[in-house]
Design a protein around this ligand. Structure first.
Ligand SMILES: [Zn+2]
Length: 133
């Protein structure tokens, strides 16, 4: 009711004062966001809600603990991660294992062979056992 009665008049006023044009622009909204963001940072609000949250997001975590990745990993584990990533990219995903150069390919090949061998051995052992009885 009130909107129907005053809506048109308020709309006209918003157009005449330039309030409508200002509200439709993106720049003031972005500017307000920057202002509020700075206030949140200065008041410690951002820090508080990040600590309350289950975990810090990637960039926030990196900013809060710049050496964290070095604390939870060693050179060896990082190197292994790179090797594993390369192995998955080049050998697993493409279906082109390279046991001559890749330790992980060798390991997987060996495991597959052992599984096949044990399957053959189990298959061979059972009939023998049944034959002896
Ligand atoms: Zn590989």
């Amino acid at each position: 009711m009130i909107g129907k009665k005053f809506g048109r008049a308020n709309g006209n006023r918003a157009v005449e004062s330039g309030q409508l044009a200002k509200a439709a622009q993106l720049a003031p909204v972005a500017e307000n966001g920057r202002i509020q963001g700075k206030k949140n940072a200065e008041s410690g609000h951002m820090q508080r809600i990040q600590e309350v949250g289950a975990s810090l997001g990637g960039k926030a975590a990196a900013a809060a603990h710049p050496n964290h990745i070095f604390e939870i990993t060693t050179y060896e584990t990082r190197a292994k991660g790179g090797v594993a990533g390369s192995h998955v990219n080049w050998h697993v995903n493409r279906g082109k294992p390279n046991p001559a150069k890749c330790e992980l390919c060798r390991r997987e090949l060996k495991e597959k062979l052992q599984q096949k061998l044990s399957a053959v051995n189990v298959g061979a052992a059972e009939p023998q056992g049944s034959n002896q009885q």
